[in-house]
Design a protein around this ligand. Sequence first.
Ligand code: FES
Length: 114
Amino acid sequence: MSENGGMYILATDQTGQEHRLEALEGWSMMEIMRDFDLNIKAECGGCMACATCHVYVDTDWLDKLYPPQDEETDILEGEAFAVQENSRLSCQILFTEELNGLKLTLAPGTEKDA
Ligand code: FES
């Protein structure tokens, strides 16, 4: 029995495999994926300096998120590969109850050996 009411996110890795990951309020999407051992580099550990936690957020979920700060947009534009409209840094999205079931996909360039 999970202790958090069964809240989760659905994360698709760089090989196209989808993972259902138990999610806790206040944790970043990056931390959740890292904890479940997905192949995510997250080199800077969440301080918005690397873009190796770049994800594509399913467009149905985009307007449930706080919009990115200018700094996040700058890092995405400067550091990330294959940036799209729905690109975000997963270390800047904190899980809340409203995001239960959120879908995202790890972008190319986020692999640990990239
Ligand atoms: S972990 Fe480095 S920017 Fe997110």
